[in-house]
Design a protein around this ligand. Structure first.
Ligand code: AMP
Ligand code: ZN
Length: 459
C-alpha cells in the first residue's frame, strides 16, 4: 500500500520512496536535557514513535535515531544567550554533567510510560564531539566558514539554496531576524564552534583546531544523523519551531560539507498548545508526566489524546480534554478484557485502518476505524480481538496487556459485591456507597450496568 507523507521541503504530500527498498532511516531531534521533557516535547516524540510504528506495520526495517542534546543549545536558539545546560548548572548549583545525566535518565523512563519503542540509537552530542569537529573541518575546507571573536561561523550568503526549507530568501530572513549582527556577516549566519568566553568557567569544554570551546547545536544533528544513517537518509522529524533555524542550518551544513541533501523528507509536528499558545519551558507553562500522574491521568491516556489530533494541526491541552481521553481509554480497556483470545484480524478493517495511517499519519481517521471495530455488534469476537491488537501495533496503547485478560477478582471483592447487591436491592444507597469505597480500597472499582454490577480496574 502506498505511503504518502507531507514534506516540509516542497510543502506538499508526496509518495514515500525509500532510499533502499524495504528500509527506512528516521532521525528526530531529541530532548535538550536541561530539564525534564514536558508533554509538548512528547507530542514530537510520540509523532516519531507513531511514524516508526506505521513503517513497521508496512513491513519496513526501520532504523530510528533520536538524539540527546546535552550541550550547545543556546537560550533563544540563535547565537546569543547562554548555553542551556550551563545556565541550569548555575541556577541549580549542580554540575552540567549531572543535570544532563539526571534528565536523560528521566527521559528514558518517561518514554517507557508513554509506551514508546526504544530508539535504535540515542546518541548524545557530548559523545560525538570528534564527528562534529570533522564535519566543521569539511565545511571549512569547502570555504563556508569564517572566524570571529566568539566562534567559527557558517557564512549563509555562500550557499545559494539557503532558505529552501522555510521558503524564505536570505534577504527576507535578514529583515525578519531581529538579532544584533555583532561581528557576524549576515544575520542568519550561525555558530559551528563557540569559543569558551574569557573569564567564564565552563564545565563542558573540548579542544579543537580552532581553540577550546563547544559545538553549536545545529552541527550536532548533522554529524550524528550522518554517522548513524548516512547521507542522504530518508526522514528527519521535529517540531515546527525547528524549520526556520535548526533544520535550515542542518541542511546547509550537510550541503556545505558533503554536497548532498541531508534527508529526503522533512516532517514537522505542530505544537501542543496551552491557552492558544505554545507549551514551552521558557514560557513556564509546561506539564510533565509527573503532573499527568498527579491528576490521575495515565500516560497512555495522554497518548490516546495526542492520537486524536493530526500531527500537523495545533492541539490545545486542557485537563478536561485529556480527562475525556482517560475515560475513553478506561472504557476501551474494560471492553477488550472480556474478548476471547485473538484469531485472525479482519482484513477489510485492517486495510481501511492502514489506508488512514499511510495517508500522512491520519491518526484521527485511524482511531475512527478502530472504534468502528471495537463497537461492531456482529464481528466474530475472536476476530475483533485480533483486529484491535493489530491496530494497536500502530496506536501503541498497550492493549496486549488487557485484551482477553479478564480481571482476576479476589474472593474478598466478590464477597463485598454480594453484600453490595443486597444493599442495593434494599435501596440502601448509603451502604452501597460504603461497600464500594471498600472495594476501591482493595484496588478495584465497580460499575452498575443494565446487566448488574461489573468489576473494573481502577484506571
Ligand atoms: P527541545 O528540547 O527544545 O530541543 O525540543 C525537543 C522537541 O520537542 C523538538 O522537536 C521541539 O520542536 C519539540 N517541541 C517543543 N515544544 C513543543 C510543543 N509545545 N509541542 C510540540 N512539540 C514541541
Ligand atoms: Zn536537531
Amino acid at each position: 500500500m502506498a505511503i504518502h507523507l507531507f514534506n516540509t521541503l516542497g510543502r506538499k504530500k508526496q509518495a514515500f520512496a525509500p532510499l533502499v527498498p524495504g528500509k527506512v532511516g528516521i532521525y528526530s531531534c531529541g530532548l535538550t536535557v536541561y530539564g525534564r521533557g514536558h508533554i509538548g516535547n512528547f507530542r514530537a516524540f510520540l509523532m516519531a514513535d507513531t511514524l516508526r510504528r506505521m513503517f513497521e506495520a508496512n513491513h519496513y526495517a526501520v532504523t530510528q535515531v533520536i538524539n540527546i542534546t546535552d550541550v550547545g543549545h543556546l537560550v533563544g536558539d540563535l547565537d546569543g544567550g547562554e548555553e542551556k545546560l550551563q545556565m541550569m548548572s548555575k541556577k541549580l548549583g549542580e554540575s552540567a554533567w549531572d543535570i544532563a545525566a539526571k534528565y536523560t535518565a528521566l527521559y528514558f523512563e518517561d518514554m517507557k510510560k508513554f509506551n514508546m519503542l526504544t530508539p535504535h540509537v540515542s546518541p548524545k552530542a557530548t559523545d560525538h564531539i570528534a564527528e562534529q569537529i570533522t564535519m566543521i573541518e569539511a565545511i571549512e575546507k569547502n570555504g563556508y566558514t569564517y572566524t570571529i571573536a566568539d566562534g567559527v561561523y557558517f557564512d549563509t550568503s555562500k550557499l545559494e539554496s539557503y532558505g529552501q526549507l522555510s521558503g524564505q530568501s536570505l534577504d527576507e530572513k535578514e529583515s525578519g531576524a531581529r538579532v544584533s549582527l555583532g561581528d557576524k556577516k549576515n544575520g542568519s549566519d550561525f555558530a559551528l564552534w563557540k569559543f569558551a568566553p574569557e573569564g567564564v568557567e565552563r564545565q563542558m569544554i573540548w579542544e579543537s583546531p580552532w581553540g577550546k570551546g563547544f559545538p553549536g547545536w545545529h552541527i550536532e544533528c548533522s554529524a550524528m544523523s550522518e554517522k548513524y544513517l548516512g547521507v542522504p537518509f530518508d526522514i528527519h522529524t521535529g517540531g515546527i519551531d525547528h524549520i526556520a533555524v535548526h533544520h535550515e542550518n542542518e541542511i546547509a551544513q550537510t550541503l556545505a560539507a558533503r554536497n548532498c541533501l541531508e534527508a529526503n523528507f522533512w516532517m514537522h509536528n505542530e505544537f501542543l498548545q496551552i491557552d492558544g499558545g505554545k507549551m514551552s519551558k521558557s514560557l513556564g507553562n509546561t506539564y510533565t508526566v509527573a503532573d499527568l500522574e498527579t491528576h490521575k491521568i495515565h500516560p497512555l491516556s495522554f497518548r490516546l489524546f495526542i492520537l486524536g489530533a493530526h500531527y500537523r494541526t495545533p492541539q490545545n491541552f486542557t485537563w478536561d480534554a485529556v480527562g475525556a481521553s482517560h475515560a475513553a481509554l478506561g472504557s476501551i480497556r474494560n471492553t477488550v478484557r472480556d474478548l476471547p483470545k485473538p484469531s485472525d484480524a479482519d482484513a477489510e478493517s485492517m486495510a481501511q485502518f492502514m489506508e488512514r495511517v499511510n495517508d500522512d499519519l491520519d491518526t484521527p481517521g485511524a482511531l475512527a476505524i478502530f472504534y468502528g471495530v471495537l463497537n461492531h455488534v456482529s464481528m466474530e469476537r475472536s476476530v475483533k480481538s485480533a483486529t484491535l491488537l493489530k491496530m494497536d501495533e500502530v496506536l501503541g496503547l498497550a492493549l496486549e496487556d488487557v485484551v482477553a485478560r479478564p480481571l482476576n477478582v479476589p474472593s474478598s471483592v466478590e464477597k463485598l459485591l454480594i453484600d453490595r447487591e443486597a444493599a442495593r436491592s434494599n435501596k440502601d444507597w448509603a451502604k452501597s456507597d460504603e461497600i464500594r469505597a471498600e472495594i476501591v480500597k482493595l484496588g478495584f472499582d465497580v460499575n452498575d450496568t443494565p446487566a448488574g454490577q461489573k468489576v473494573m480496574e481502577i484506571w
